[in-house]
Design a protein around this ligand. Structure first.
Ligand code: CTP
Ligand code: CA
Length: 221
């Protein structure tokens, strides 16, 4: 498909995409992480790139290879690193897409040495990470758009709408974890797009197809 100079062309546009998990170090050999593969965010980056847009992809630890010439990959590990990269790149972008599964907390202290086994139980103290999406939402200009994702297990629509407002998103993509074959690790997902005043529900489909639907929706915004 050649999108160059078609109605769906993104030539001249720059997108910021966050993707993948974050790893929060405990000591030199251990971390707290999550099961995000980075697939959804990378599919979005590839779709934007295919349509001629430039992508700044801020990517947490992921085993997926990214190689489109329009995509610049900024590799990060922790939420704090992702925050620093994303906040400095957003100013030069027209659209931000927050597809990363960012750890909400990190260990309060990181040990220089490997933590030794001793007591029968230990307690980890965690401290809150910066909210990347919320901070970009707060400084979003009128010529910029911001898209978020929401992972909910209860009161799905209500909770997703709260996040849409709180983080100043133009659109939020609600992930369903309930359906077989959807979500983490899978190539497929079930999503609902929630905007300020309309909602679109989709069937189970490939993440690459969801990426196309999402980019079409952003263009229509
Ligand atoms: N997000 C972010 N930085 C964080 C946490 C979340 O940028 N520190 C972004 C995610 O990438 C996603 C959106 O915010 O686009 C919502 O993430 P989610 O984890 O669903 O929401 P939280 O606000 O963290 O609330 P909770 O986990 O308590 O539901
Ligand atoms: Ca969270």
């Amino acid at each position: 498909e050649d999108y160059f100079r078609t109605a769906n062309s993104l030539v001249g546009q720059r997108y910021l995409v966050t993707a993948g998990p974050t790893y929060e170090s405990l000591d030199p050999v251990r971390f707290i992480g999550n099961h995000s593969s980075g697939k959804m965010g990378i599919a979005i980056a590839n779709e934007v790139a295919k349509r001629g847009g430039k992508v700044e992809l801020v990517l947490g630890p992921s085993s997926i290879e990214v190689k489109h010439p329009n995509i610049t990959v900024h590799h990060v590990n922790s939420a704090v690193d992702m925050y620093e990269a994303a906040t400095s790149l957003y100013d030069d972008c027209q659209v931000g897409i927050m597809a990363a599964a960012v750890s909400d907390y990190r260990p309060k202290d990181v040990s220089d040495q490997k933590i030794k086994k001793a007591d029968d139980s230990i307690t980890l103290e965690l401290t809150k990470n910066p909210d990347i999406a919320e901070s970009l939402g707060a400084k979003k200009r009128s010529d910029q758009k911001l898209i978020g994702f929401a992972m909910e297990t209860e009161n799905l629509l209500k909770n997703a709408k709260k996040k849409l407002t709180k983080k100043n998103f133009d659109l939020i993509v609600l992930n369903s974890l309930k359906t077989e074959g959807a979500g983490f690790k899978h190539d497929t997902n079930v999503v609902t797009f929630i905007g300020q005043n309309k909602t679109r529900e989709f069937e189970l489909k490939q993440k690459t197809e969801i990426a196309k639907d999402l980019v079409d929706e952003i263009i229509s915004l």
